[in-house]
Ligand binder design. Sequence first.
Ligand code: PLP
Length: 471
Amino acid sequence: MSDFAAEFAAAGAWIDRYLSEARDYPVLSKVMPGEITSRLPAEAPESAEPFEALLADFQSVILPGITHWNSPRFFAYFATSAAPIGITAEALAAALDVKAMLWRTSPAATELEEVVMRWLARLIGLPDSFTGIIYDTASIGGFTALAAARESLGLDIRESGMIARDLPKLRVYITSETHSHIEKACIALGLGRENVVRVEIDGELRMRPDDLTKRLDGDIAAGMLPMAIVATVGTTSTTSCDPVEEIAAIARECKVWFHVDAAYAGAAAVMPEFRSILAGVESADSVIVNPHKWLFVPMDCSALFVRDPEMLRRAFSIVPEYVLQHRDASSGTNFMEYGLQLGRRFRALKLWFVLRYYGAEGIREHLRRHIALAQEFAGWVEAEAEWEILAPHPFSVVCFRHAPSGLDQAGIEAHNVRILESVNADGRIFLSHTKIRDRYALRLAIGNIGTTRDDVALAWRLLREAPLESQ
Ligand code: PLP
């Protein structure tokens, strides 16, 4: 056996043990800032070190500083899962060390990406007219889509830039619930934060189409140029869903780029009973779904679907001589032309493995189980005196709080902050919080493939005990 085989087998055995024991680790790392740094040498080693020393330090130095995202008791942010088969695929991809930038730098990487993106599109009900490309994150995919939206305006910004030119203000329409990466993209694209327009939301935290129309009309009358409308299916805070169909109709009428951020909840559309969340999406210009959020693919894997990939190429394609010498029509897709990155990881492999290993039915089963657990948890909260649900919970995230009588809003917030700190310090579970119309909310997100009813019941027990302990 080669050294590599022995070392890989040892790492494999460690991973196997870790995955089976993941729920026994304190979910939220308990180290203090700087603690890990202080345990690491200031210089890289001059001499080679044995694998055993690396694995030992990985366990003794690094692990205490890990927050266990892959634990079935991780209920914070959007809970996610790196399925074991996805981990295996990552190792295989690392062995190949492909840079999937040109078709010829690994034809299989490019063509598999095209095929699994088509699979994913069909699984969530997107028409074949969409082309899918994998990026590392929704933040980068969202930026890429908005860069294409800017290019689609025909203002020659690619060649002439935006500085010292007599251009109208380019406007992007979002809501208070839209993920912050859209605003960051607008900053990076030179639009300026003041041109990010927040459309009003309704009682269920969804974009109000009437207010969108009002703002578009007002901006156009003032000589501004609407560049993109962004709807979210499954907002980060509460998983609310903007009315895609109505917004799509408005975008079509105004001829404005329509981007749908379904990074989290898009996965739910693999279940026929949830297909309607993406109704109207067929006329969107770009749609994002993150398999690394709720489709059990290890970080990172974000799928961007676009109706006109040529617009991405127009925004980004630069082909240096040293990269592509003989450009012929039969050379297949060169993904480096569709975004910022040149070298690209072979991410399609893990998505392919996960989709095949579980099958669509297996994935649907896990998602349905997560949703059922979240609904059961919401039922427990609703049934308990002085606990309340703070937002609709159509998927696997529940926003709630403990609201003892006699406390004002500030008092309730301080009380729930203490509850959160107390349950997270316990270490057996990890939850996060949000604010919903200025009201502090605890947030339980279910998304790990191994999460059981017992895990969720433990979370509820710890949450209920926390106020008693803090009295
Ligand atoms: N969009 C939504 C709705 C999200 O909730 C998030 C992250 O949670 C993102 C985009 C950003 O995702 P990523 O981490 O892939 O950039």
